[in-house]
Design a protein around this ligand. Structure first.
Ligand SMILES: C[S@@+](CC[C@H](N)C(=O)[O-])C[C@H]1O[C@@H](n2cnc3c(N)ncnc32)[C@H](O)[C@@H]1O
Length: 213
């Protein structure tokens, strides 16, 4: 049986995290169903609402580790190209790069892995470690979302889709109006598996209107 260390010396936030992991039904479900993260259910639930994943699609997963979203997309029969700062164990059907998506080279590395194809879907669950300061956290995540968006509109096929984690308050007005021009539909979806107390929500844009070329 696993033993949990005494609370002494641990930060309150990490004690809370452990307590949550032990009681969270999605953590238990993920273990039982073989998903690497409870985050897998967020993509499953977004897909139930927005119907974005289809067999044979080309998907780019930004901020993929430990790989729950990749597992969900690969199980649907999608070809996945993924990137993360952290290592990720192999998944059949997934080409993975361990690198910083904000590196100048990263977009070209991902485009190279698409082997001349365009993507049907770009999904981003990228997030930095939050500092607890609302404005700083919001600014940081928006930089990741904007970089993901600029990449998405370069690689998406017509009618393609973009999904990204944003923080509450949603997507910034300027980016949102760009999205509304570039996509037929733009919504925010907070999947039931996203913890109520978490400020995260997801912007889901479908029906990409143009090609980059
Ligand atoms: C919430 S986790 C993703 C969980 C994943 N969707 C899953 O289902 O397992 C967020 C990930 O974003 C990654 N990340 C954050 N900033 C990044 C960056 N600049 N480039 C690449 N990955 C990044 C983190 O390393 C982390 O693994």
């Amino acid at each position: 049986m696993k033993k949990i260390k005494t609370a002494k010396g641990r930060k309150i936030s990490s004690i809370k995290w452990i307590e949550r992991q032990l009681t969270d039904p999605y953590v238990m479900k993920a273990k039982k169903e073989g998903y690497r993260s409870r985050a897998a259910y967020k993509l499953i639930e977004i897909d139930e609402k927005a119907k974005i994943l289809k067999k044979g699609q080309v998907v780019v997963d930004l901020g993929a580790a430990p790989g729950g979203w990749c597992q969900v997309a690969a199980a649907k029969g999608c070809k996945v190209v993924a990137i993360d700062l952290l290592e990720m164990d192999e998944i059949t059907g997934v080409t993975f790069f361990q690198m910083d998506f904000m590196d100048d080279d990263a977009p070209d590395v991902l485009i190279g892995a698409l082997e001349g194809e365009k993507a049907d879907l770009v999904i981003s669950d990228m997030a930095h470690n939050t500092v607890g300061h609302r404005n700083t956290d919001h600014t940081k995540i928006m930089l990741l979302v904007e970089a993901g968006y600029d990449f998405a509109i370069e690689v998406l096929k017509p009618h393609g889709a973009f999904v990204a984690k944003v923080f509450q308050g949603g997507t910034e007005t300027e980016l949102l109006s760009r999205m509304k021009k570039d996509f037929k539909s733009v919504k925010h979806i907070k999947p039931p598996s996203s913890r109520k107390e978490s400020p995260e929500t997801y912007v889901v844009a479908t029906g990409f209107r143009k090609t980059s070329g």
